[in-house]
Design a protein around this ligand. Structure first.
Ligand code: ADP
Ligand code: MG
Ligand code: ZN
Length: 617
């Protein structure tokens, strides 16, 4: 943009100057009338002429009435001869002021040269502008090797993040507090002969606050913070990555003590010699350069490199050895207490109505990361604003939880009456089986309003955060998953495409159960398949088989058996509790959604009724 503006400016200047030149060249300074020599002589003899000015072969004649006339004469003939030849009255001539000037050279030269000069100037200006642009591009090319690291200086109060802004993550903060101490007071450690750690690796799933935490370290230690993402090292041109690494560390050394933060380290730090595609070599060079730089600082260079990744398993072993990223800080998806704390951090600047209990929100959001929770409150604020409320209430938050989990509601996606009925039975099947199996997660909501890609949904939430899952829980989950499909078949005698997602999920879980967790009695306690973490076009392309053809067959058999068992369990429940299912469907057809309390009530009501019938009979 700046360039275009500048060029326009040049063109404008050129245009102005050219038009100025032309105007001086073309327009006469005074209005002169042409006159022939005989008339001139006549005028002189009559005493009408005030003065004569001779410029080369032109005679400017100023008359008594101040008009100016121009007379041409032969260049060879002198004025004296001319007057003599034409018999000018010498007495009259004495009255006239005669002035002979050599044509003022600038003017005449300009007049002579301008026709050549203008195109020349134009071309020169054009070349000049082109040159400048090329130079600009050149200097940009020179900039290429420079790191694009963003710096947050300690004076920058607005972007400053401290540990206060990071909720939960207690262990990680403790570990990093030590790093802050190193940066603030290195002497204390050096005097005891301790080696200051050079690298800290933050490991955790996306959105758990790795970037945030490393910025907090810089904020706490009050040192400059250089951040760059791993993917920014690698560009189209060979050697750029390595040169960017060099530049980054050069900058860092100038500003030491400081923190260098490399986000998404896995983009460059993947195991060497294992990649696919042409950029592999480039990546290796970049990685090598990082290793060289990290080895390069001595004890007194007070730079700490913090790197973040969600794939520590694929990092090159050389990165992880002592003296490089030898400290690991693990960030996990937050626990319920941490979630509450994170919600509190993000709730600081938002007005909530009194019915909002952040603890309850935390309960409803197992598996949410810090980023999800931040997003959740933001969505809730948007919902509230859309409804012109001044405060965010619980309904807004619940609504946005579902939006974050399942995608936005699609009210316009209207189901026909029959489709709605099929969907209602499908969801009622999921919900019923989930309710009846003690190991399944309780049902929070059933709905036939479509969301994202699903026609309806049954929202189940675990009672507590789960770190370990038992086989019984897996089996219950499987039965719940197939229940939709089973119900459709049982009630309508036919199945729809609505169940395909459920079946895919069920197959995936069964596969994990057998192949990763060793939960199959037939195949025994071992894992099957070695996952090669080759990432190509964003997808894992290989799952290496480390078992025989025969075992593969057995695995397939086991998968089918697990699913068949799940179908049996589900079918049993559905047949036994068909009347409950019909009750659920009735409500769904009327109200489209059932919340947890109402859902439980359907079952309690039944109990009362059956008690009564018992009393009667
Ligand atoms: P990562 O780098 O691990 O993918 P980020 O550090 O970028 O995740 O986190 C994204 C956002 O999530 C942060 O900007 C912050 O708003 C929120 N967040 C994550 N973890 C926390 C936390 N522990 N406390 C407060 N906010 C958090
Ligand atoms: Mg990040
Ligand atoms: Zn389903």
């Amino acid at each position: 943009m700046k360039n275009i503006a500048r060029n326009l400016f040049y063109v404008f200047i050129a245009f102005i100057s050219i038009s100025l030149l032309f105007s001086t060249y073309l327009s006469p300074t005074q209005n002169k009338t042409d006159m022939d020599i005989t008339t001139m002589v006549e005028k002189i003899n009559n005493g009408d002429v005030k003065s004569i000015k001779i410029i080369n072969d032109k005679i400017d004649l100023t008359l008594k009435d101040d008009t100016v006339a121009e007379v041409s004469k032969e260049p060879t003939e002198s004025l004296g001869e001319l007057f003599k030849n034409y018999n000018v009255n010498p007495d009259q001539l004495k009255q006239v002021k005669v002035e002979v000037t050599q044509d003022s050279s600038v003017d005449s030269w300009l007049k002579l040269l301008l026709p050549f000069l203008i195109p020349f100037v134009l071309v020169a200006a054009f070349i000049y502008i082109m040159m400048r642009q090329v130079q600009g591009a050149n200097s940009r090319a020179m900039m290429f090797g420079q790191s694009k690291a963003r710096e947050v200086a300690p004076q920058d109060k607005k972007n400053k993040v401290t540990f206060r802004d990071v909720a939960g993550a207690k262990e990680a903060k403790e570990e990093l507090a030590e790093i802050v101490e190193f940066l603030k007071n290195p002497k204390k450690f050096i005097n005891l002969g301790a080696r200051i750690p050079k690298g800290v690796l933050l490991v955790g799933p996306p959105g758990t606050g790795k970037t945030l935490l490393s910025r907090a370290v810089a904020g706490e230690a009050n040192v400059p913070f250089f951040s760059i993402s791993g993917s920014e090292f690698v560009e189209m041109f060979v050697g750029v990555g390595a040169s960017r690494v060099r530049d980054l560390f050069r900058k860092a050394k100038r500003n030491s003590p400081c923190i260098v933060f490399i986000d998404e380290l896995d983009a460059v730090g993947r195991q060497r010699g294992a990649g696919l595609g042409g950029s592999n070599d480039e990546r290796e060079q970049t990685l090598n350069q990082i290793l060289v730089e990290m080895d390069g600082f001595d004890v007194t260079t007070n730079i700490i490199v913090i790197a973040a990744t969600n794939r520590p398993d694929i990092l090159d072993a050389a990165l992880l050895r002592p003296g490089r990223f030898d400290r690991r800080v693990v960030l996990d998806a937050p626990s319920i207490d941490d979630r509450e704390a994170i919600l509190k951090v993000h709730a600081r600047k938002k007005p909530f109505s009194d019915d909002v209990d952040l603890r309850k929100v935390a309960q409803r959001t197992p598996g949410f990361t810090g980023a999800d929770l931040n997003n959740l409150l933001n969505e809730a604020a948007i919902f509230a604003a859309r409804k012109n409320k001044t405060k965010i209430d619980l309904a807004d938050i619940l609504e946005s939880i579902e939006k974050v989990i399942l995608g936005p509601e699609r009210k316009s996606h209207l189901l026909s009456e029959h489709e709605k009925k099929v969907t209602a039975y499908h969801e009622a099947g999921h919900a019923l089986v989930a309710h009846e199996l003690p190991n399944a997660d309780p049902v929070h909501k059933v709905s036939v309003v479509s969301r994202g890609r699903a026609a309806g949904y049954t929202l189940k939430l675990p009672l507590r955060d789960k770190y370990l899952q038992t086989k019984e829980e897996f089996l219950a989950e499987l039965a719940v998953l197939v229940a939709g499909h089973v119900t459709e078949k049982e009630v309508f005698g036919d199945v729809t495409t609505g169940a395909s997602n459920d079946l895919r999920e069920a197959t995936k879980i069964t596969k994990q159960l057998i192949m990763q967790y060793g939960m199959s009695d037939v195949l025994g306690q071992r894992t099957f398949g070695k996952r090669e973490e080759l990432i190509f076009l964003g997808k894992e392309i290989t799952e290496q088989r480390d078992y025989s053809e025969k075992v593969a067959e057995q695995i397939d058999g086991e998968i089918s058996r697990f699913i068949a068992d799940a179908i049996k369990t589900a079918l049993n429940i559905i047949k036994k509790k068909r009347n409950k299912m019909d009750d659920i469907v009735e409500v769904l057809m009327k109200k489209e959604t059932i919340e947890q309390a109402e859902f439980e009530a359907i079952f309690d009501e039944g109990k009362e009724k059956s008690n009564i019938t018992e009393v009667i009979s």
